[in-house]
Design a protein around this ligand. Sequence first.
Ligand SMILES: Nc1ncnc2c1ncn2[C@@H]1O[C@H](COP(=O)(O)OP(=O)(O)OP(=O)(O)O)[C@@H](O)[C@H]1O
Length: 439
Amino acid sequence: MSDALIVLAALAAIAAGLRAWRHLHYPSFWLAIGFPLTAASVRASWRRVALGCNLTKKRQRWWFTTVPGAIASTGLVKVRRRFQRVAVDTKPFMWLPLPTRHGWRVTLHTLEGQTPGDYADAAERLAHSWGVHAIRVSSPRPGRVVLMATMRDPLVKVNELPPSPDLLKVTVGRLETGQPWTIDFRTVPHWLNAGATQSGKSNLANALIVGLAAQPVALVGFDLKGGVEFTPYAPRLSALATSRIESVSLLADLVALMIDRMGLCRQASARNIWQLPPALRPVPVVVLVDELAELYLMADKSEKDEIAKTSTALLRVAQLGRAFGIYLFCCGQRIGSDLGPGVTALRAQCSGRICHRVNDPETATMTLGDLDPAALASARAIAAETPGVAIVAGQDGQWYRARSFYVSEQTAEQAAQTYAHLAPSWSEITTHLPEPITA
Ligand SMILES: Nc1ncnc2c1ncn2[C@@H]1O[C@H](COP(=O)(O)OP(=O)(O)OP(=O)(O)O)[C@@H](O)[C@H]1O
């Protein structure tokens, strides 16, 4: 009887302990106990880890060494200790690790002949040596490398979409560093968002619509999936094209609007609309394109002219739109050079790149190819079970693994209804424009 009671009491104590552990505030627990232990072990193991990851260099040092001396009367060889110059393995100097929300970071001084690329190549080996989820490498200035370690994948669960009060700036998710993932059209005006079906492209577009809906911007949609994606958001859209024919005319409007704004800026001696006095400044326009490939696919030769017009107009918007407050966000399952030179030229204009899970290596290469090859490898490794995870490049010239906040169609629809009164009418925006020449 008493044994059973002891077992029960022990089980109750373990259960209570586990509950308390689950409710511990992770960062404070991490700061108080986890981080000091980890930092000590990182510092203690640095020589071995650097040696194992080929990050050391041989340097000549004055060192006490043992050399064979004279033969003693016993017949044994006497050893002598001598101070002499020998080649020793030198590890890069490591500052004290600092705690971050999801792990730690540490600054290193590179050794002669080393580049940040050498550390990026060794990142996976470093992560395995220290038993962490991932190591990311950045270089704040020449001669310095920062290793950022994440202890566990911070993208397994991301929180609710926060409000986005700044104009043309939307926090759409979280980066693997724990920082917010922000799309800021004024910093990076044009974006390519690629991903296979069910990879999370539309979810990201939903997050953008929810973030921008409350802002004084005009939203324009090109929904080449027959309107199924953006029609529910029509109350907040100023214009929506759901077919190639409608796209040709809407793009002609956008080009005419851009030319009109050019004239306005020229008259006011301004280089862009942001230099205009607020009273004269026209409303910024964010153009959302879903299924980019549909704009370029040709079923028969009769569509050739239409495609050429669409392609040229979209490219002009991408080339000149930034200064005149017209921004692009283009989504596509497949963005390959086989779609024609228009796509390749458009891609070159889009400095913001988002690559969700993709089916073909070419789309990943087209989206991220001219970035670090490691970004490409990371994009190919995105699992189907993690929709919304993407490799993101843009703002600061670096690439990151990130995950968008989950935003259901219902939430985006509700935002579109709530802020429908903020949608500028397209006819008002374009009323003073000359008739576009479509022939
Ligand atoms: N960040 C996310 N977190 C959790 N679930 C997500 C996330 N993003 C997308 N999902 C889930 O993945 C599913 C597919 O997402 P979404 O519709 O955005 O994919 P898609 O790439 O637009 O697909 P398609 O090209 O077929 O329209 C959604 O039903 C949603 O439940």
